[in-house]
Design a protein around this ligand. Structure first.
Ligand code: ZN
Length: 177
């Protein structure tokens, strides 16, 4: 006669090695592939992993389509500012700084969505303000383009004595959006 144990659910005497109570059909262990929870996890986990993998692949494909190389960082400063002027203008949302200038493209790649970094200095040359502006323009290979960006000042107008503008990033024209 085999060792017996008591089912904790129905108090029936059942076999020591039973994983499922034959009387009340209650599972007594998780260590069985036929247990409903294990069965579901074994089926659902691969599905979830597969879905996550498909999601990663789709987002990578979209990124490649939306933002293909070559990247601006792969070039050694292909866009350079030739000249820039700083003007104050009163707008409906307050006083704004307009930076107007000309940039040149020394590379053989056309660029768009040029990110312009603006630094502002006081009379002694200390950095007092900084801002980034986006110039929605396209500058063709080995040509110039005028740009204008506007930034919101954070200081009083009389502390601005000088400025310097440089290009921090741009996107190549192969990107779809
Ligand atoms: Zn039972």
């Amino acid at each position: 006669m085999e060792d017996q144990k008591t089912c904790p659910f129905c108090a029936e005497q059942i076999r020591q090695t039973a994983k499922l109570c034959p009387r009340c059909r209650q599972w007594l262990t998780l260590r069985s592939i036929r247990h409903p929870v294990i069965y579901m996890l074994a089926g659902v986990l691969p599905l979830l992993l597969g879905a996550a993998l498909v999601f990663v692949m789709i987002s990578r494909v979209l990124d490649t389509i939306g933002n293909p190389g070559p990247y601006y960082s792969e070039f050694a400063s292909p866009l350079k500012i030739l000249e820039s002027n700083m003007n104050w203008t009163e707008t409906s949302s307050g006083l704004r700084i307009y930076l107007t200038g000309v940039l040149t493209n020394e590379s053989l790649q056309a660029w768009k969505d040029v990110e312009v970094e603006c630094r502002f200095f006081d009379r002694t040359g200390n950095l007092i303000d900084a801002a980034n502006g986006l110039a929605r323009l396209t500058v063709l290979p080995e040509s110039d383009s005028a740009f204008r960006v506007s930034v919101t000042p954070s200081r009083a107008t009389n502390v601005y004595a000088g400025h310097r503008v440089s290009v921090s990033n741009a996107r190549n024209t192969k990107s779809w959006f």
